[in-house]
Every structure is written in C-alpha cells, then in structure tokens.
Design a protein around this ligand. Structure first.
Ligand code: NAD
Length: 513
C-alpha cells in the first residue's frame, strides 16, 4: 500500500477491465515444454475473490501427472542442455526471460490481480519491475560465480566447486504468486537445476504463463514444469516423491512441518522452508510520531490486506504514547481505499477466499471477546461488496497473551501493545515462536543496533518498514523458517551441492633436486 496515491483517471480502470476481458487464461498444466491436461481429466476451479466469479478450471494433477513432470525434469537434467550449458548461455536465457516478463508485464499484472484480488498497482510494481529484475540479477550472477582452491601443500590441488542439486520442486503460497515463484525459480534455474513448480491452488495462472515464456526465452523443454492442484493431493505427491532432490517451500508453518515428514518418509530430499510470522513493529520513546512513521506502521500491518508473512501486526509502543499513536494509526487505516482490485486507486483488495475471510473475522471477534479495545468500526460499504472483502481492524490495549497477539492472522488487523520500558518491548517482541521480521523506530543509533542484534528474526528494518531487496537474503528463525534463505547470494545454497575435487600430485623429478 503506497502512501496517498495520486488521483488517477477512471479510464485506467476501464483499460484494465478491457485487458482482463481479452486475457487468454491458462487452463492446463505445463509439462515437458507443453500444455497438459490431467491424465484422469480431473479439474478444479479458480475464482476471482473480488466477485466470487469462476475464472476457469485447471487440472487437478494426480500421481501420473506429477510422475510425468518429474520424469521430464530428470531427463532434461541428465541431458545437460541446461544443467551443463555454458554459463553465458544460461545467463542469456534468463536475461531474455526478464525481457519477456517486462514485455507482457501489464497482462500478467491484470491476470494476477484478477485471480489473487491484489490491487493492480501492487501487481504492476511486482510483475513489471521486481520479478524481471530478479531474473536479471540471478542471470547476471551466473558467469560471475567462482568456486575456490583450498590451501594444500605441493602434493595436492584441492578444488571446491558448486554443482546444481538436480530436480528441485518449488511449492508456493498465494499471497505474492509470481514474486514468490521468481524468488525460487531464478536462483534454481541460474544454478542449472530442473524444476517442478506447484503454485497455490488459488493462484496458478501467472506461474503457468511464466513457464510458457521460459520456452520462448530458450530454456529447454522439461527444465521448468508447472503442476496445478490442491496441497493435500498434488503438494503431498511432490513432498513424497522419490526422484525430487530438493523442495523449496513457502507457506504456513503447519504445512512446512509436513514437508519435513514427507522428506523423512521418502528419499530424504533437502527441504528449504520459508513460513509464517508474527512480526513486531517497535516504536521506542525517542521516535517522533511523524506522518512517515504512521504510514509505515499502517503499511507494515495492512499491505496486501495483511496477507503477508512479515506483516508487522504487533505494534509495541510506550504506554504514555498509546492514545496518540492509536489515534493517528486509526485515522490513516480508516482512509485505506478498499475496492475493485483492477482500479489503480485501490489500496486493499479482498481476502483470498470466503473461507479465509471467515477465519480472519473469527480472530477479530476473538480479539473483542478477549478484551482488546477495538478502535475501528467495520465499514458498511465494504460489507456490501460482493467478494471476500474485509474492513481493516485496529486494536489498542493488546495483551501479549491474547490469541490475536500470538497467532498468525494473515489479515488486515493491527494491534497496539502498550509497554512501560524498552526492555519489556524487546521481551514482548521476542516472545513468540516465530522469527521472520521486525521493525524498530528510534533516533538513537546505539539503541537501533542493540535492538537489531537482540531481535531474534531474519530481517530487522530500522526506521522504515521493508523486507530488503533482491540483494539481501530473506528467511526466518525458529518456526518461521529453516536455515534456507530466499533472495541474495544466500539463495543459491538451496539449489547447489558443494563438491571437493582432490587432485593428488606426484612431485616431478626436479622437485627432489
Ligand atoms: P499453505 O501452507 O496453506 O500453502 C502453501 C503451499 O503448500 C500451497 O501451494 C499449498 O497448496 C501447499 N499445501 C497445502 N497443504 C499441503 C499439504 N498437506 N501437503 C503438501 N502441500 C500442501 O500457505 P498459504 O495459505 O498458501 O500461504 C500463507 C502462509 O504462507 C502464511 O503462513 C505465510 O506466513 C506464509 N508465507 C511465508 C513467506 C515467507 O517468505 N516466509 C512468504 C509468503 C507467505
């Protein structure tokens, strides 16, 4: 959610609606370089959450389909046309893919907005700027990554080289569909791996279109396969498959745990996990409550309707400043523009589904029943909208033991926890099983660094809410993630083996002289 969007002409909504009407929506999986129906003909519906309308059907991929996709990926990997291609060739293909995503970015953004309910302005930023930049960044890395020579005496030469891990599966969430896909695909493809991708069943369309663009970019058939279907069937088949070497998963902690079990009961594939969060936003008593801070606080909780793994929902402020803080936050939250995701003025779209809206509403009701002070009445005009829309909720006087202060909500809820000391702020911030992200506001560099080092999480933002950019690793501590990281140079470790080549040398005759 950007701050105070400039007024835009209505024609842009009309343009997006026209693009939406003209879109060719994928209706099949993508296996071995071609579109594929499911072997048994089973399908599931994909829905526009802003209207409830059915956008189309997609294959419910079963065992034969997952086997076919894995076999295609394995064949491609063994053939070596990608896995052993010259670094310059892989780089050129990824740069072409980046250019193709930029070329088709507007269509892809409208497609993603339709299927996910994300505001088109966010989709445009992610898909026309961030996603192609990610493919470009990892593409440019390919011919600049070196192994190393280990120190030995003259009797040996020891090389440490990196190799692609093999066939990699990416299992994705629905909240940032193409962005999460690119966080995994770009470093995996740059490493030379072949892939099976399973988008979330709610948001498959743009990932399918990306697979088609990969062929146009010159990535060989079989290197990038997309299978569609629900997690409990298609996702589980991937997790339990005996010929997948690694899974990179982003989603809930419950399902991440299942992937560890799947690996343990199948071929011990490597599992990289990026999972949920319950991130704090700490405003120390020396920080001025400027409009910028308030905008960041509101964005930290409500961006993407709060359907964000690093949503800073727990906002921790000095008790003496709670009323001023809550007043400012509430006014800004009340002004969030909610409506048609295709309208460029919209700042918040619907929840991903009716079921998810019910779940979030249940947690909001629980907040009230457990004694948190609700500051914002539900909006009548939002309740009247046809899709799975929900009004933002702001709570004051949150107690750390309340359900909404402990459980991941994944919806538009912001809660203010008043504290009497900075030490207590830190204690509450770390008092969670999660550890993905935290923000701290202070004008004091010593306090900023002290908090940054003591906060038990993968990313700390100081004086601004951000998840970093493609150059910085992203991942979680504790139940928010495994040691795996997305983004940055660190992401490559999820997709590469490290090999030692030890050359024993025979000293030549002149050595004895
Ligand atoms: P989810 O765990 O329900 O689903 C994620 C993926 O796993 C989907 O593709 C789904 O089909 C699949 N899946 C579901 N059940 C499965 C099963 N039994 N076996 C195998 N696969 C299964 O998560 P979601 O609802 O799509 O996304 C929301 C969650 O993702 C939140 O918890 C959020 O915090 C997390 N998330 C984390 C990050 C991060 O980088 N840490 C980023 C985005 C989202």
């Amino acid at each position: 959610m950007s701050v105070a969007l400039p007024p835009l002409a209505d024609t842009q909504l009309a343009d997006n609606q026209m693009i939406a009407r003209g879109l060719r929506l994928p209706d099949r999986a993508f296996i071995d370089g071609d579109w594929a129906a499911s072997t048994n003909g089973a399908v599931f519906e994909t829905i526009n959450p802003a209207t409830g309308a059915v956008l189309g059907t997609l294959p419910h991929c079963g065992p034969e389909d997952v086997d076919r996709a894995v076999a295609a990926a394995r064949r491609a990997f063994r053939a070596g046309t990608w896995s052993r291609a010259a670094p310059e060739a892989r780089k050129a293909a990824l740069l072409r893919l980046a250019a193709l995503i930029r070329r088709d970015g507007r269509d892809l953004a409208v497609m993603e907005s339709l299927e996910s309910g994300k505001p088109v302005t966010d989709c445009l930023k992610e898909i026309t700027v961030e996603v192609p930049d990610i493919f470009q960044w990892y593409g440019e890395l390919i011919d600049k990554s070196y192994g190393h020579v280990a120190p030995t005496d003259d009797s040996a030469c020891a090389l440490v080289v990196r190799e692609p891990i093999g066939v990699v599966a990416a299992v994705l969430p629905w909240n940032f569909p193409l962005l999460m896909a690119s966080w995994k695909l770009a470093p995996a493809l740059a490493s030379g791996c072949s892939m099976i991708v399973k988008p979330a069943e709610e948001t498959s369309l743009t990932t399918l279109r990306l697979a088609e663009l990969a062929i146009e970019a010159g990535i060989p058939a079989g290197v990038l396969n997309v299978v569609t279907g629900p997690g409990e069937t298609t996702g589980r088949l991937i997790g339990q498959h005996g010929d997948i070497d690694a899974v990179s998963f982003t989603g809930s902690t419950e399902v991440g745990r299942l992937f560890l079990q799947y690996a343990g009961s199948s071929n011990l594939k490597t599992v990289g996990l990026e999972m949920g969060g319950k991130s704090p936003f700490i405003v120390l008593d020396d920080a001025a409550l400027t409009p910028d801070l308030i905008d960041n606080a509101v964005m930290a909780a409500f961006w993407n309707g709060g359907q964000n793994c690093s949503a800073n929902m727990r906002q921790i402020v000095a008790r003496s400043r709670q009323e001023e803080y809550v007043d400012k936050i509430t006014r800004r939250a009340a002004a969030i523009v909610i409506g048609d995701p295709l309208d460029p003025r919209t700042e918040m779209g619907p929840m991903i589904s009716m079921q998810h809206r019910r779940r979030v509403q249940g947690l909001i009701d629980k907040g009230v029943s457990e004694g948190a002070r609700a500051m914002l009445a539900p909006r009548g005009e939002v309740a009247a909208l046809p899709g799975s829309f929900l009004s933002p909720a702001v709570f004051a006087d949150l107690d750390p033991m309340m359900t909404i202060a402990r459980d991941e909500i994944f919806g538009p809820v912001l809660g203010v926890l008043p504290v009497d000391s900075a030490a207590r702020a830190l204690e509450i911030a770390n008092g969670t099983d999660y550890g993905l992200h935290a923000t701290v506001y202070t004008r004091d560099i010593d306090r900023a660094l002290y908090f940054a080092r003591r906060l038990a999480c993968g990313t700390v933002s100081v004086n601004g809410f951000t998840e970093g950019d493609i150059k910085t690793p992203f991942g979680g501590y504790r139940k928010s993630g495994s040691l795996a990281r997305d983004k940055g140079l660190e992401a490559m470790s999820q997709y590469q083996q490290v090999k030692t080549i030890w050359l024993s040398l025979t000293l030549p005759a002149e050595a004895g002289a």
